[in-house]
Design a protein around this ligand. Structure first.
Ligand SMILES: NC(=O)c1ccc[n+]([C@@H]2O[C@H](COP(=O)([O-])OP(=O)(O)OC[C@H]3O[C@@H](n4cnc5c(N)ncnc54)[C@H](OP(=O)(O)O)[C@@H]3O)[C@@H](O)[C@H]2O)c1
Length: 253
């Protein structure tokens, strides 16, 4: 199934890193989605996105700070005006933050800040876009991103089972805990949205060289983005509620 069949996609955190890579990758697909809505905190400062906008009529750049309720409400209204009665097919909750915090150094504020951005915000953004996702879901019968989907960008480090296999506690307490909670959001959404036909997954994008992934990451965006887009394009009902990596492998919770 080609991604062009997904009419309208919205991605959070597109100023750089994986979000920007996904925007580039989607625009380069043939056929490409009719509408790629790239959101970011500061559109005026997102120069690469602005340059892409000049080259692609199908790209819209909207402001969204995922931890700001007013910003969420505004972007939903703006998206509604763009997508109309056909609704939004695919929401990619990509924006996220990380910081080093060991058992010794972690603070309550670290925990709350990262939980707010990597977990609470994903739920609030998903909730706000539900009416537009439901509109899109009404127009098809087979589950997939061509119909309606929520993609939560998670992390391998969130897997409890993999943790018990490796027993290696990286120095990112708040991050991996928040991403584990995000995975539970995926499970809850999958249960609640099955009857609406809105497909929900958690996606591990690979350890990639970005500001967050760092220079030691083994993968480049040019390797993982095509993989991620293929995984998304091939999602079907059997994948609903799954935790998948960028190659389409199922990860244990
Ligand atoms: N890179 C990896 O190896 C890796 C591995 C596993 C999972 N992930 C996950 O993949 C996603 C993207 O990571 P990345 O490597 O691309 O990270 P990144 O290079 O640090 O980029 C993070 C993006 O999130 C945005 N963001 C942060 N807080 C935001 C907020 N409150 N509202 C809106 N946007 C916000 C940033 O915007 P600003 O420019 O405005 O700060 C930026 O665009 C994250 O969810 C991350 O946890 C990454």
């Amino acid at each position: 199934m080609a991604l062009g069949i997904c009419r309208a996609v919205l991605i959070t955190g597109c100023s750089r890193g994986i979000g920007l890579g996904l925007v580039r990758g989607l625009l380069a697909r043939s056929p490409a989605p009719d509408l790629v809505i790239a959101t970011c905190r500061n559109p005026d400062q997102a120069q690469e996105l602005q340059q892409l906008k000049e080259q692609h009529q199908s790209l819209r750049v909207l402001q969204l700070d995922i931890v700001c309720e007013d910003s969420i409400r505004k972007v939903v209204r703006e998206t509604e005006a763009l997508v109309g009665e056909k609704g939004l097919n695919c929401l990619i909750n990509n924006a996220g933050i990380n910081r080093i915090a060991t058992l010794d150094s972690v603070t309550a504020q670290d925990m709350l800040t990262i939980y707010e951005t990597n977990t609470v915000a994903q739920l609030m953004v998903s909730k706000a876009f539900l009416p537009l996702l439901r509109k899109a879901a009404c127009q098809d019968a087979i589950m997939g991103i061509h119909r309606a989907a929520i993609i939560n960008v998670s992390s391998r480090s969130a897997s409890m089972q993999l943790f018990f296999q490796n027993k290696k506690s990286e120095e990112v307490y708040p991050y991996r805990i928040a991403k584990t909670a995000l995975n539970m959001i995926t499970c809850c959404l999958a249960a609640d949205l099955m009857s609406d036909g809105i497909l929900c997954i958690s996606l591990e994008p690979g350890w990639v060289k970005t500001d967050m992934g760092g220079s030691k990451a083994p993968l480049q965006l040019k390797e993982t983005i095509p993989g991620i887009l293929n995984v998304l394009a091939n999602l079907r009902e059997k994948d609903h509620g799954a935790f998948l990596d960028w190659k389409g492998e199922v990860l244990p919770w």
